[in-house]
Design a protein around this ligand. Sequence first.
Ligand code: C2G
Length: 129
Amino acid sequence: MKRVITYGTYDLLHYGHINLLQRARALGDYLIVVLSTDEFNWNMKHKKCYFSYEKRRQMLEALRCVDLVIPEETWEQKIEDVKLYKADVFVMGDDWEGKFDFLKDYCEVVYLPRTPEISTTQIKTELGK
Ligand code: C2G
């Protein structure tokens, strides 16, 4: 079984996220999404999520292409996660191009093209939030 792992906030889940998750899942047989906790988002990413971790997790777990959702609490947990969950492929959108190449010592690293015209920030802006 080829195991794929990816990370994100996935707030205000939209089709750009879905495009990424479906392509990530298609690279293997099992997709693990490491979902940023509310604390990690606030303290480390300075992002205030609209939906709580539990709601964001619920939405991701409802997707056919997602097999497991676990919490992302630190920037530094990726190597341990890849080892612990025996991930064969690490996938991120190419806005992160090159940022996680250190994982190449542990698994394949793939950066996929982002869906250009949609973002959570844009949705919030257009809704006046
Ligand atoms: N994404 C995409 N197209 C978009 C928006 C997002 O392909 N229009 C991808 C991102 O590149 C990322 C994933 O969807 O791979 C999740 O996006 P975010 O929730 O914005 O994740 P981010 O805040 O970048 O968190 O440790 C890594 C971080 O947790 C990544």
